[in-house]
Write a protein that binds this ligand. Structure first.
Ligand code: ADP
Length: 468
């Protein structure tokens, strides 16, 4: 974590007034929460909706804080303690993170995209860690506050930082990229997430491409080339860009693409080869073609960073995913439940359907789909398209939950035999029906936006088992 003297920190945050006799004081680490202050920390008192961190400044010193910031528009700063005065708390945090990052020789990989950021980040970090000292984004620390905090947690001798960059609207990725100044930028894909706010897919692509605003001169942009949007939006940019470009994806037109993919439902993993792997087969402990795509991005970056081939294979194989994305749960009686109820967009839902289709070794396949939220004006159409994507020769039963997901059922109904598609507005009824139909050898995939809380369905299926 950051370790600097008080006077240096004051300069790094852009603070303009401090108490001279504290100049040589050492500060170690930062905190924005008075409850988690550690010895030597610098406290950033943010004003929240209910509480204002400034009210806790006295307290944090009693808990061992070395110094605290103070926003100028707040009255009555405490006296006799090492404060640094700033105009804007958030900017101060971001300035400090940027200045700290600039003071280190660390090489930074920035990752954005509509889906697959966390998975790709974990893959890149896992491979790089076979060879280098690596720091990476934890949990969902990918925001205008989380990313600066992640940088400030980084040790001085870190060789590579793998940073996830999240966004909801325009300008946000640019801000994060300018702070982190990546040498390598990855755009995992451009889907429909935040379509409501951004208005069009092109705007989403532009928002992701803001990452190159912070890219170091001569840096590398790695992006999913299956989607023509990124190329189109890239061509709007100044042609004199000095950056290197490399594409990956399912399409053989990409620089790196898979030549064979084999799902292994025994181990819940996937084997694959690529056009550049000279017969080497990689293995990832994750299911699905979309995860192979994520792995391709990680392979490109690792090769660029000089990781040897056997270490790339090992890093992918030993991957540990942040907070388990797709969870495979076994019901007490053997039914397999694939819990993918953490988020959903049309792209992610199609990826989940493909994953279920590609699985071998199960009895019948069932899918439980809930509403995809925040899709804007075309939301009904997006749901209908998912219904059209489903085919009875691949997936035997379709269950939907929610008002929007009913459009999935409506569209699917046209192709499915009678009594194979069911739409519910009540989770208990849905669970009862799945339990009545499912047999122990079957597999059920559950997916929806997190807001639909379909993990309750997973829990109910898991605990109650099947009806006789
Ligand atoms: P993010 O961090 O961008 O939210 P995650 O890596 O956590 O993405 O993956 C979330 C979900 O997105 C996964 O469970 C899967 O359904 C879907 N997903 C992941 N990678 C891709 C991809 N490359 N293309 C489409 N969908 C994907």
């Amino acid at each position: 974590m950051i370790r600097r003297q008080y006077k240096d920190i004051a300069a790094m945050v852009g603070g303009h007034s401090f108490v001279e006799n504290h100049d040589g004081l050492w500060i170690q680490g930062v905190s924005i929460d008075s409850r988690t202050i550690k010895e030597g920390n610098l406290f950033f008192p943010f004003a929240g909706q209910q509480l204002d961190g400034h009210d806790y400044v006295q307290e944090v010193f009693a808990q061992g804080a070395a110094a605290s910031l103070w926003q100028n528009d707040h009255p009555n700063p405490p006296e006799g303690v090492p404060l640094i005065f700033v105009d804007d708390m958030l900017k101060a945090l971001q300035h400090l993170a940027k200045a700290y990052r600039n003071s280190l020789p660390v090489r930074v990989v920035g990752i954005t995209g509509s889906n697959g950021k966390t998975t790709t980040k974990d893959m890149v970090a896992s491979i790089l860690a076979t060879t280098y000292k690596v720091h990476k984004t934890e949990a969902n620390m990918n925001t205008h506050i989380g990313l600066p905090l992640t940088l400030l947690q980084m040790d001085e001798d870190t060789e590579m930082a793998v940073l996830e960059m999240g966004m909801r609207g325009r300008g946000e990725i640019e801000l994060l990229a300018v702070i982190a100044q990546p040498e390598v930028a990855i755009i995992t894909n451009v889907g429909e997430a935040h379509l409501e706010r951004l208005g069009s897919r092109e705007e989403i692509a532009r928002a992701k491409l803001e990452i190159v605003e912070g890219l170091q001169p001569g840096g590398l942009l790695v992006y999913q080339g299956d989607n023509p949007l990124i190329n189109k939006v890239l061509s709007e940019r100044n042609a004199a860009d000095s950056m290197l470009r490399f594409t990956f994806g399912a399409d053989p037109g990409n620089d790196l693409y898979p030549t064979a993919i084999m799902l292994d439902s025994e181990s819940n993993g996937t084997h694959f080869t690529t056009n550049a792997s000279n017969g080497i087969a990689y293995y990832i402990p994750l299911l699905g073609q979309h995860n192979v795509t994520n792995a391709l991005a990680a392979i490109i970056v690792s090769k660029y960073m000089g990781v040897r081939e056997p270490d790339i294979t090992r890093g992918l194989q030993n991957l540990r995913i942040t907070g388990m994305r797709v969870e495979i749960v076994r019901g007490a009686n053997g039914l397999t439940i694939i819990n993918d109820a953490f988020n959903a967009s049309p792209t992610a839902m199609r990826a989940a359907i493909s994953t279920l289709e590609e699985l071998r070794g199960y009895g019948r396949k069932m899918i439980v789909l809930g509403d995809m939220l925040e899709l804007g004006d075309e939301e009904q159409q997006f749901h209908r398209e998912i219904g059209e994507r489903l085919t009875p020769d691949q997936i035997d039963y379709v269950f939907t939950y929610g008002k929007l997901a009913e459009h999935i059922a409506d569209a699917a109904q046209k192709k499915y035999p009678l009594d194979h598609v069911f739409a519910y507005q009540d989770k208990e009824e849905l669970v009862r029906k799945v339990r009545a139909l499912a047999k122990p050898a079957d597999v059920v995939l559950v997916k929806a936006s997190r807001g639909m809380k379909l993990d309750a369905v997973v829990e109910a299926l898991k605990d109650a088992g099947l009806l006789d």
